[in-house]
Write a protein that binds this ligand. Structure first.
Ligand SMILES: [Zn+2]
Length: 175
Protein backbone atom coordinates (compact mmCIF):
# COMPACT_ATOMS: atom_id res chain seq x y z
CA UNK A 1 0.00 0.00 0.00
CA UNK A 2 1.40 3.39 -1.01
CA UNK A 3 1.21 6.41 1.21
CA UNK A 4 -0.20 9.35 -0.66
CA UNK A 5 -0.97 13.00 -0.44
CA UNK A 6 -4.36 13.04 -2.08
CA UNK A 7 -4.84 16.79 -1.93
CA UNK A 8 -1.39 17.43 -3.35
CA UNK A 9 -1.49 14.71 -5.99
CA UNK A 10 -2.23 17.05 -8.90
CA UNK A 11 0.68 19.25 -8.05
CA UNK A 12 3.00 16.30 -7.65
CA UNK A 13 2.07 14.68 -10.92
CA UNK A 14 2.87 17.90 -12.76
CA UNK A 15 6.46 17.84 -11.65
CA UNK A 16 9.11 17.25 -14.21
CA UNK A 17 10.94 14.06 -13.23
CA UNK A 18 14.32 15.67 -13.72
CA UNK A 19 13.57 18.14 -10.99
CA UNK A 20 13.57 15.54 -8.23
CA UNK A 21 16.94 15.48 -6.49
CA UNK A 22 19.11 12.48 -7.20
CA UNK A 23 18.13 10.08 -4.50
CA UNK A 24 20.53 7.23 -3.72
CA UNK A 25 23.54 9.16 -2.46
CA UNK A 26 21.68 12.08 -1.00
CA UNK A 27 22.17 12.56 2.72
CA UNK A 28 20.48 15.29 4.69
CA UNK A 29 21.84 17.27 7.56
CA UNK A 30 22.25 14.65 10.32
CA UNK A 31 20.46 16.60 13.02
CA UNK A 32 16.69 16.74 13.02
CA UNK A 33 16.49 19.15 15.89
CA UNK A 34 12.78 19.51 16.23
CA UNK A 35 11.92 15.83 16.75
CA UNK A 36 12.89 13.06 19.14
CA UNK A 37 12.25 9.35 18.70
CA UNK A 38 10.76 7.35 21.57
CA UNK A 39 8.18 4.75 22.60
CA UNK A 40 4.70 5.54 21.30
CA UNK A 41 1.28 4.83 22.74
CA UNK A 42 0.00 4.40 19.19
CA UNK A 43 2.50 1.91 17.79
CA UNK A 44 6.12 0.92 18.42
CA UNK A 45 8.39 3.93 18.24
CA UNK A 46 7.05 7.37 17.44
CA UNK A 47 8.35 10.88 16.79
CA UNK A 48 7.79 13.62 19.35
CA UNK A 49 8.08 17.39 19.25
CA UNK A 50 11.20 18.54 21.15
CA UNK A 51 9.90 22.10 21.27
CA UNK A 52 6.71 24.04 20.73
CA UNK A 53 5.97 24.08 17.01
CA UNK A 54 3.72 26.71 15.44
CA UNK A 55 1.03 25.79 12.94
CA UNK A 56 2.56 25.71 9.47
CA UNK A 57 6.11 24.82 10.58
CA UNK A 58 8.01 22.50 8.25
CA UNK A 59 9.11 20.04 10.89
CA UNK A 60 11.06 17.39 9.04
CA UNK A 61 11.51 16.23 5.47
CA UNK A 62 10.28 12.77 4.54
CA UNK A 63 13.46 11.47 2.94
CA UNK A 64 14.05 8.37 0.90
CA UNK A 65 15.15 6.79 -2.34
CA UNK A 66 13.28 7.44 -5.54
CA UNK A 67 12.26 4.18 -7.22
CA UNK A 68 10.26 3.30 -10.31
CA UNK A 69 6.81 1.73 -10.12
CA UNK A 70 8.03 -1.78 -10.85
CA UNK A 71 10.54 -1.65 -8.00
CA UNK A 72 7.90 -0.01 -5.82
CA UNK A 73 5.45 -2.87 -6.39
CA UNK A 74 8.17 -5.38 -5.55
CA UNK A 75 9.00 -3.59 -2.29
CA UNK A 76 5.30 -3.27 -1.40
CA UNK A 77 4.94 -7.03 -1.81
CA UNK A 78 7.75 -7.37 0.72
CA UNK A 79 5.59 -5.37 3.14
CA UNK A 80 7.56 -2.18 2.93
CA UNK A 81 5.03 0.30 4.32
CA UNK A 82 7.16 3.43 3.95
CA UNK A 83 6.61 4.09 0.27
CA UNK A 84 5.10 7.40 -0.82
CA UNK A 85 3.40 8.00 -4.15
CA UNK A 86 5.33 10.71 -6.02
CA UNK A 87 4.02 10.77 -9.57
CA UNK A 88 2.95 8.47 -12.38
CA UNK A 89 6.51 7.18 -12.87
CA UNK A 90 8.10 7.17 -9.45
CA UNK A 91 7.59 6.57 -5.76
CA UNK A 92 9.75 7.40 -2.75
CA UNK A 93 10.90 4.60 -0.44
CA UNK A 94 11.31 6.16 3.00
CA UNK A 95 12.59 2.98 4.62
CA UNK A 96 16.13 4.29 4.99
CA UNK A 97 18.03 5.01 8.21
CA UNK A 98 18.43 8.72 7.52
CA UNK A 99 14.67 9.28 7.22
CA UNK A 100 13.63 10.19 10.77
CA UNK A 101 10.11 10.95 9.51
CA UNK A 102 9.58 7.21 9.03
CA UNK A 103 8.90 6.98 12.77
CA UNK A 104 5.89 9.29 12.58
CA UNK A 105 2.73 7.27 13.18
CA UNK A 106 -0.58 7.53 11.38
CA UNK A 107 -3.55 9.16 13.10
CA UNK A 108 -7.14 9.63 11.98
CA UNK A 109 -6.98 13.07 13.62
CA UNK A 110 -3.36 14.05 13.01
CA UNK A 111 -1.48 17.14 14.13
CA UNK A 112 0.67 17.23 10.97
CA UNK A 113 0.21 16.94 7.22
CA UNK A 114 2.50 15.48 4.59
CA UNK A 115 2.83 18.12 1.89
CA UNK A 116 4.65 18.49 -1.43
CA UNK A 117 6.75 21.64 -1.10
CA UNK A 118 9.55 22.58 -3.48
CA UNK A 119 9.43 19.10 -5.02
CA UNK A 120 9.97 17.34 -1.72
CA UNK A 121 7.74 15.80 0.91
CA UNK A 122 7.62 17.71 4.18
CA UNK A 123 5.87 16.97 7.44
CA UNK A 124 4.16 20.24 8.34
CA UNK A 125 2.42 21.21 11.58
CA UNK A 126 -1.29 21.34 10.94
CA UNK A 127 -1.94 23.20 14.18
CA UNK A 128 0.14 24.51 17.07
CA UNK A 129 1.93 21.56 18.69
CA UNK A 130 3.26 21.57 22.25
CA UNK A 131 6.69 20.21 23.18
CA UNK A 132 6.40 16.51 24.02
CA UNK A 133 3.36 15.79 21.84
CA UNK A 134 3.61 12.81 19.52
CA UNK A 135 3.62 13.85 15.86
CA UNK A 136 1.19 12.16 13.50
CA UNK A 137 -0.01 12.49 9.94
CA UNK A 138 -2.54 10.67 7.81
CA UNK A 139 -0.85 8.00 5.67
CA UNK A 140 -3.45 8.58 2.97
CA UNK A 141 -4.17 4.94 2.15
CA UNK A 142 -6.91 4.29 -0.40
CA UNK A 143 -9.67 1.69 -0.29
CA UNK A 144 -7.58 -1.11 -1.72
CA UNK A 145 -6.63 -3.56 1.05
CA UNK A 146 -7.37 -0.97 3.74
CA UNK A 147 -8.64 -3.72 6.05
CA UNK A 148 -5.05 -4.92 6.41
CA UNK A 149 -4.23 -1.61 8.08
CA UNK A 150 -6.26 -1.28 11.27
CA UNK A 151 -5.75 1.96 13.19
CA UNK A 152 -5.26 2.26 16.93
CA UNK A 153 -4.50 5.97 17.03
CA UNK A 154 -6.69 6.39 20.10
CA UNK A 155 -8.46 9.55 18.97
CA UNK A 156 -12.20 9.72 19.72
CA UNK A 157 -12.89 9.97 15.98
CA UNK A 158 -10.68 7.01 15.02
CA UNK A 159 -12.05 5.39 11.86
CA UNK A 160 -10.57 2.01 12.80
CA UNK A 161 -8.48 1.88 9.62
CA UNK A 162 -5.65 4.00 8.21
CA UNK A 163 -7.44 5.63 5.30
CA UNK A 164 -7.12 9.02 3.64
CA UNK A 165 -9.21 11.82 5.11
CA UNK A 166 -11.22 12.06 1.91
CA UNK A 167 -12.60 8.54 2.36
CA UNK A 168 -12.92 8.35 6.15
CA UNK A 169 -16.70 8.89 6.11
CA UNK A 170 -17.12 6.26 3.41
CA UNK A 171 -15.22 3.70 5.49
CA UNK A 172 -17.11 4.61 8.69
CA UNK A 173 -20.38 3.76 6.93
CA UNK A 174 -19.05 0.34 5.97
CA UNK A 175 -18.22 -0.67 9.53
ZN1 LIG B 1 -7.33 6.04 14.03
Amino acid sequence: MWRSIILGMQEASNHNDNSWPEAPGRRPEPEQESIAIGPSRIHGLGAFARMDLACGTRIVEYLGIRINKRESRRRCRENNEYIFYLNAQHDLDGNVPWNMARFINHSCVPNCDAEFIDERIWIVARRDIAAGEELTFNYGYDLQDYKEFPCRCGSPDCVGFMVAEEIQDQVRKRH
